[in-house]
Design a protein around this ligand. Structure first.
Ligand code: SAM
Length: 245
């Protein structure tokens, strides 16, 4: 049976004992009914994973011992930044989870002219904290030992005006006439996905100025969350590590 993977937000040292976070501990104690001696895999996000074991379970407090560790690389050779307009409801959670599974390196949540969601600074920060937890959870499940960087939500136009991408920059736009999809990528790409109502004309102009090439993903209009997943699947299949084997 596959061992439960647990993220620990501190450096891990073989021979030491760590207290697991309340959420992780509660899941282990109450849902998985963990007992002392149960083996675990622990990782902190530095690229290594460690064999460990539950040391104590006291109510919903759990400690674990750390055994030997090793670098285990499940990262894609293609570093993808996803610039995602935040959709309404909890669909961003879904996008963060699936993008993490699909090997995304960095997510920049953005708010655009037609975004339904509006966030003040405190809400933006608390959303970022929540999405980081979603990404950690996805890493526990999918085996990644590096957690993607999730930035705090920011205004799209501000982001386009201040960021200078060194990798090819792509914007998903169903109405694009030209198909500028790259045929080669040198290890990295940035891809932007619009909100429910699509990008406004001024935003598409800002993308052009910021050197984003427009890409159309087939003839059908996809929901924003489908578009993000389809784009990452296309990039990882064509230029990364997603292949049947
Ligand atoms: N009415 C909007 C429009 O025509 O732009 C539809 C927006 S769509 C629901 C949300 C976002 O997903 C779009 O802004 C775009 O970034 C992406 N998208 C959806 N389908 C796409 C396609 N076939 N090709 C490229 N991008 C697509």
């Amino acid at each position: 049976m596959r061992l439960t993977r647990v993220h620990v937000a501190q450096a891990l040292t073989p021979g030491s004992i760590v207290e697991l976070s309340p959420d992780t501990a509660s899941h282990l104690a109450k849902v998985l009914r963990a007992r002392a001696g149960d083996e675990l895999i622990l990782f902190s996000g530095d690229g290594r994973e460690f064999l460990g074991a539950v040391e104590t379970v006291r109510g919903s407090r759990v400690t674990a011992s750390i055994g030997n560790g090793a670098e285990v690389d499940r990262e894609s050779p293609l570093a993808v930044t996803l610039v995602q307009c935040v959709p309404r409801g909890d669909r961003m959670d879904f996008i963060v989870q699936k993008a993490t599974e699909l090997g995304v390196t960095r997510i920049v949540p953005v708010l655009s002219q037609r975004s339904v969601v509006r966030l003040d600074a405190a809400q933006a920060e608390s959303k970022a904290v929540h999405w980081r937890a979603v990404a950690v959870n996805a890493c526990e499940q999918c085996g990644r030992n590096r957690v993607p960087l999730i930035e705090a939500p920011t205004a799209l136009i501000g982001y386009l005006g201040s960021s200078t991408g060194t990798s090819p920059r792509l914007v998903l736009e169903p109405g694009s006439e030209s198909h500028d999809a790259p045929t080669e990528l040198d290890g990295a790409a940035e891809i932007a996905v619009g909100p429910e109502g699509g990008f406004a004309p001024e935003e598409l102009e800002a993308f052009r100025i910021a050197h984003f090439a427009r890409v159309r993903l087939g003839p059908r209009i996809l929901r924003t969350e489908t578009a993000a997943i389809a784009a990452l699947t296309w990039l990882q299949t064509r230029f990364g590590d997603l292949r049947a084997g």
